[in-house]
Write a protein that binds this ligand. Structure first.
Ligand SMILES: Nc1ncnc2c1ncn2[C@@H]1O[C@H](COP(=O)(O)OP(=O)(O)OP(=O)(O)O)[C@@H](O)[C@H]1O
Ligand SMILES: [Mg+2]
Length: 553
C-alpha cells in the first residue's frame, strides 16, 4: 500500500494494496546495484582466457557457455532493471551477433561511474547529456581508426571469425571452423546496390553428436534430419526431381463422424480396395509428374510408402515446415498442397539426394541443388553440450563475418579500439564546461574496462597492462592492445586479432542506450502480483531475485 502525504497530514491512497514503490535516488541506486550484480558475474567470461558458466535450468538441463546473451537468458533474472540488460544483450546479438559480454560490462561501468557522480550531486540529466555527446565522439573515432578491406578477402574474414571463436569452447578448432564459416557466408553473399549482403537464414546449421569437432563439414545443399520412410526405397537418387508436398499422404478422413454400415466381408474388401486405389492414384500422380524424390511435410500412409517404394521413389515424411521452405528455395521446387495440381514444372532439382548414417542416426543430404547458393553446416562433437556450444559459437562467427562482408571495415581486438575511444572522448571533454566535462570523462573511463578485464582474466595485472597500453597509444600506436594469449601488450596487427567495426559501433550504441535508459528511471512501481518481499522499514521494496538481493533503503 503506497501513500502520498496531504497538506493536512492524512495520507491518500493512490496505489493498490501490496504495490511496492521505490523513488528518487533510492530507485536509481537499487537499479544500478542490481545491474552491477549481473556485470560482476559476466566479467569473468570476457576474452580468450575467460571462464565458462554452467547453468542449470528448473528441469535440471545443463548448459555450459561463455556467451553473454545465453548466460543472461538462462539466469532467469527477476530484477526489472537487470532485466533491461538482458534485453540489451539480446538486441546486440540480433544486430551484430557478437559483443554481448562487452556491452554489459561497459553499460555496467557507465552506470557505476554515474552513481559516483550522482553522489557528488551531479544531476542525472547532466550525466545523460554527457554520455550521449560522448557516444557521438566515440563512434566518430571508431570510424577514423577502422581499416577498409576487400569484403571478399578471405584472409581478413578468417581472422575476424577466429577472434570471435577464440573466446569460446571451440577455440581449439577455430582455424578449421573459421574456414567453413567464411566459405558459407561467401557462398550466400550477393550484391545489393553498392555492396554485398548475406543473410544468415540462407545458411542451414544442423548438429549431431558423435565424432570429433574436426568432422564438422560444409555441405553445398540441404540436410534433413530424417530417414528415408521405407526400407525398400532407394537410399541414393542421382539427378533428383524433387516433389515437395505439404499435406498428409493419406486418404482424407471425413471432417465429421461418419458411420459406414458394412454387412459382408466382400464389402470390407471393396472398401479397403477403394482406399488402396486412391493411394495408388496419388502415388501415380507423383510418378507421372516425373518425381523420383518426395519430401512430405506430414505423414505418409504405410500403403502409400509401399507404392512409392515400388515406383523407386525416395520419400521422406514429417519434414519440418522450415526445412520444407529451405528445400523449396534450394531445389527451386514449389510446395504443393493438392496432388491433382502436381506437374513436372513444380518439381525441384538436385544433383544427388542420399541418406547417410551420421552418428547413430540417418540424415538425408540434398546436394548439387538447382540454386547453387544453398549451403549447410553440419556440426559434430563429442557430447550434446559441446555441439550446442559449438552451434552458438558458429552463430557468432557467421554473424561477424556477415558484418564485415556487409560493412567491410575492421578494427583491432584486445581492447585497442576501446582505448582509442577513451582517448578521443577525453580530448573532447577538455573543452567542455564543468559538470558536463565530468560526465564525458566518466564515459572515457568506462571503456578502459575492456582491456582491464581482458588482462585480469588472463591473470595479468590490470593496472600495469592498462598503463602500458595507454602509454603506447599516447605514442601513436593505435593498434596496441592486450595480447591475451602471449600475456603481454602487443600490436594487434602482428597477432592478427581483428574485429568488425560494426560490432564495436553497436557496443557503443547499445551500452549508452542501456545506461541512459536505466539512469532516467527515478520511480519504480511494482504491482503486487510480482510477490514483492516485505517492505523494509521506512521505504519501498522491490521484487528480489538478484544475487545479493535488494539493499534496504
Ligand atoms: N587473441 C586475443 N587477444 C586479445 N584479445 C582477444 C583475443 N581474442 C579475442 N579477444 C578479445 O576478447 C573480447 C571478446 O570476448 P568475448 O567473445 O568473450 O566477449 P564478447 O564478444 O563481448 O561477447 P559474446 O561473445 O559473449 O557475445 C574482445 O574484446 C576481443 O578483442
Ligand atoms: Mg565474442
Amino acid at each position: 500500500m503506497s501513500t502520498t502525504p496531504q497538506m493536512t497530514g492524512t495520507p491518500i491512497l493512490i496505489l493498490k494494496e501490496g504495490t511496492s514503490r521505490e523513488r528518487g535516488k533510492g530507485a536509481q541506486k537499487a537499479n544500478i546495484q542490481s545491474v552491477m550484480a549481473v556485470v560482476e558475474s559476466l566479467k569473468t567470461c570476457l576474452g580468450p582466457k575467460g571462464m565458462d558458466k554452467m547453468l542449470v535450468d528448473s528441469l535440471g538441463d545443463v548448459t555450459i557457455t561463455s556467451d553473454g546473451r545465453t548466460i543472461l537468458d538462462e539466469m532467469d533474472i527477476q530484477h526489472p532493471a537487470a532485466k533491461m540488460m538482458v534485453e540489451v544483450a539480446k538486441a546486440q546479438d540480433q544486430e551484430v551477433g557478437d559483443g554481448t559480454t562487452s556491452v554489459v560490462i561497459i553499460a555496467g561501468e557507465l552506470l557505476n561511474l554515474a552513481q559516483e557522480l550522482m553522489e557528488k550531486k551531479v544531476h542525472p540529466s547532466v550525466i545523460l547529456d554527457g554520455y550521449r555527446e560522448a557516444s557521438e565522439k566515440a563512434l566518430e573515432r571508431l570510424e577514423e581508426i577502422a581499416l577498409s578491406i576487400n569484403p571478399k578477402d578471405k584472409q581478413y574474414l578468417n581472422k575476424v571469425a577466429m577472434t570471435s571463436m577464440a573466446s569460446k569452447l571451440v577455440a581449439g578448432n577455430k582455424e578449421q571452423l573459421a574456414d567453413i564459416v567464411v566459405q558459407a557466408i561467401l557462398h550466400v553473399a550477393h550484391s545489393d546496390g553498392d555492396g554485398l549482403r548475406a543473410d544468415l537464414d540462407d545458411i542451414m546449421v544442423e548438429k549431431k553428436t558423435g565424432e570429433s569437432m574436426t568432422e564438422t563439414k560444409l555441405i553445398e545443399g540441404v540436410i534433413i534430419d530424417k530417414e528415408v520412410a521405407h526400407p525398400r526405397m532407394p537410399r541414393r537418387v542421382e539427378k533428383a526431381k524433387v516433389a515437395l508436398v505439404n499435406r498428409a499422404f493419406e486418404v482424407e478422413k471425413a471432417k465429421f463422424d461418419t458411420k459406414i454400415n458394412i454387412e459382408s466381408p466382400e464389402e470390407i474388401e471393396a472398401f479397403l480396395q477403394k482406399e488402396e486405389e486412391m493411394l495408388r492414384s496419388m502415388v501415380e500422380k507423383v510418378g507421372s509428374a516425373g518425381a523420383n524424390v518426395l519430401f512430405c511435410q506430414k505423414g505418409i500412409d504405410d500403403v502409400a510408402q509401399h507404392f512409392l517404394a515400388r515406383h523407386g521413389i525416395l520419400a521422406v515424411k514429417q519434414v519440418k515446415d522450415s526445412d520444407m521452405e529451405k528445400l523449396a528455395k534450394a531445389t527451386e521446387g514449389k510446395l504443393v498442397t493438392n496432388f491433382d495440381d502436381l506437374t513436372s514444372s513444380d518439381l525441384g532439382e538436385a544433383g544427388v539426394v542420399e541418406e547417410r548414417k551420421i552418428g547413430d542416426d540417418e540424415m538425408v543430404f540434398v546436394e548439387g541443388c538447382r540454386n547453387p547458393k544453398a549451403v549447410a553446416i553440419l556440426i559434430r562433437g563429442g557430447t550434446e553440450r559441446t555441439v550446442d556450444e559449438a552451434e552458438r559459437s558458429i552463430h557468432d562467427a557467421l554473424s561477424v563475418v556477415r558484418d564485415v562482408v556487409q560493412e567491410p571495415k575492421i578494427v583491432a581486438g584486445g581492447g585497442a579500439p576501446e582505448i582509442e575511444v577513451s582517448r578521443a572522448v577525453r580530448d573532447h571533454a577538455v573543452n567542455l564546461p564543468g559538470r558536463e566535462q565530468l560526465a564525458v570523462m566518466r564515459f572515457a573511463d568506462a571503456f578502459e574496462a575492456i582491456p582491464s578485464v581482458l588482462a585480469e582474466n588472463a591473470g595479468l595485472d590490470p593496472i600495469d597492462v592498462l598503463s602500458e597500453i595507454k602509454a603506447r597509444h599516447e605514442k601513436g600506436e593505435t593498434w596496441a592492445g592486450v595480447d591475451v594469449l602471449g600475456g603481454v601488450v602487443g600490436d594487434m596487427r602482428k597477432i592478427e586479432v581483428y574485429e568488425p567495426l560494426a560490432v564495436k559501433k553497436q557496443i557503443v550504441k547499445s551500452a549508452t542506450e542501456a545506461a541512459t535508459m536505466i539512469l532516467k528511471i527515478d520511480d519504480v512501481i511494482a504491482a503486487s502480483k510480482m510477490k514483492a518481499p516485505p517492505m523494509p522499514p521506512g521505504g519501498g521494496g522491490m521484487p528480489g531475485g538478484m544475487p545479493g538481493g535488494m539493499p534496504p533503503y
